[in-house]
Design a protein around this ligand. Structure first.
Ligand code: ZN
Length: 225
């Protein structure tokens, strides 16, 4: 302020009392009030309570979903909706879409649409298109659209790593046998199948046979321990 001309009024000139508050002071007051209202609205949304403006409460910031967030309160929420493009979506998918996209949106994050396209025999272009349409129709925009098939080599390597760490095994049970092993009212307690305890070497050899097409679909599968 050293070079201010002497006739310049001081920057924070107090308003003359007789004229009431200056325009500047009024503006300041208004800004303050707006900031306060915004803060209160945020606070209300955070607690899952409706704000004073009767905005509906954010369903993703209360109950079970709030608990999910609190478990790992990351700064950048990143979710994905991973449909298999082998048919049209049904009403149940609306829930998965809304929870994945809505949750990310609520917490200022993003959600990818990831096509789980690892079964080319059953996939058709019209299913890819229809799924994209459905997501958009529900009012969401994917951050990125990705394809699992692009990462097939990496997925394969990770699968071998799981086998090496004894976290996965190749199983030749039928669908019915697998279902029974899961236990339940009619099947008794959960149980492992006879393939569960195979050696790492045996599993790797069999898994590579799967990769090389030595089994037909349904004759072998990689299961997590
Ligand atoms: Zn088995």
């Amino acid at each position: 302020m050293a070079d201010a001309k002497p006739q310049d009024p001081p920057a924070e000139a107090p308003a003359a009392e007789t004229k009431g508050p200056s325009k500047r002071a009024l503006e300041k007051e208004a800004k303050k009030a707006a900031a306060k209202a915004k803060k209160e609205a945020f606070k209300a949304a955070d607690q899952g309570k409706p704000a004073a403006s009767k905005e509906p409460a954010d369903p993703f910031k209360q109950g079970w979903l709030r608990g999910v967030y609190n478990e790992k309160p990351v700064k950048e929420v990143h979710t994905r909706f991973p449909p298999e493009p082998n048919g049209y979506l049904h009403i149940g998918h609306a829930k998965a879409i809304t929870v994945n996209f809505g949750f990310a949106k609520s917490y200022g994050g993003v959600c990818n649409l990831r096509f789980d396209d690892t079964n080319p025999a059953k996939e058709e272009e019209r299913y890819f298109e229809s799924i994209k349409e459905m997501v958009s129709w529900l009012g969401f925009k994917p951050h990125k659209i990705t394809h699992s098939s692009d990462e097939f080599d990496q997925l394969y390597e990770l699968a071998e790593k799981l086998i090496t760490r004894e976290k996965a095994y190749v199983c030749h049970c039928s669908g019915e046998e697998i279902f029974e092993g899961r236990g339940g009212k009619d099947h008794g307690p959960r149980s492992v199948c006879k393939h569960w305890s195979r050696s790492v070497e045996d599993n790797l050899e069999d898994f590579r046979a799967m990769r090389d097409g030595k089994y037909k679909a349904g004759q072998a599968l990689l299961r997590m321990k």
